[in-house]
Design a protein around this ligand. Structure first.
Ligand code: 5GP
Length: 104
C-alpha cells in the first residue's frame, strides 16, 4: 500500500505543494509547529533513515540542498531541519521526510 505522501505525489489526496521536481516534493505540514513548516519528501518510498541504503547518499544530500533553497526562497532568518526516526523517535509517517521548521 502506498504511503500518504505517495498519494499526495500522485495527486490522490490534496496538499499545499510548495515545490516539486523529479526527485522530491515539498509540502506545507498540515499541522505546523512553526510559522513555516515544510516537509521535504523524496519520491522514492524509503520508510525511514533506518532503511537507507548506501546508494541513497546523493538523494539525502539533495534533500538538504532543497531545504536550503526553500529557506532562502521564504526569506527565513533561521530554521531547524529534523528527521524523526522510528516510532520511538516520534516518526508517524513511514515515508522518509525532512522537516523544515522556519523562523522569521
Ligand atoms: P513525522 O512525525 O512522521 O516525522 O511527521 C509527519 C508529519 O506529517 C507531521 O508533522 C504531520 O503533521 C504531517 N502530516 C500528516 N498527515 C499529513 C497530510 O495529510 N498532509 C500534510 N501536508 N501533512 C501531513
Amino acid at each position: 500500500m502506498s504511503s500518504i505522501f505517495t498519494k499526495i505525489i500522485n495527486r490522490e489526496i490534496p496538499a499545499n505543494i510548495e515545490f516539486e521536481d523529479e526527485k522530491c516534493i515539498v509540502i506545507h505540514d498540515i499541522n505546523p509547529k512553526a510559522s513555516i513548516h515544510l516537509l521535504i519528501i523524496p519520491k522514492k518510498e524509503i520508510p525511514s533513515i533506518m532503511e537507507l541504503e548506501d546508494g541513497d547518499s546523493d538523494l539525502i544530500g539533495y534533500l538538504f540542498l532543497i531545504a536550503r533553497n526553500m529557506a532562502s526562497k521564504m526569506d527565513l532568518d533561521g530554521y531547524r531541519l529534523i528527521f524523526n526516526v522510528g516510532e520511538k523517535g516520534g516518526q508517524e509517517i513511514f515515508h522518509l521526510h525532512l522537516h523544515l521548521l522556519g523562523f522569521k
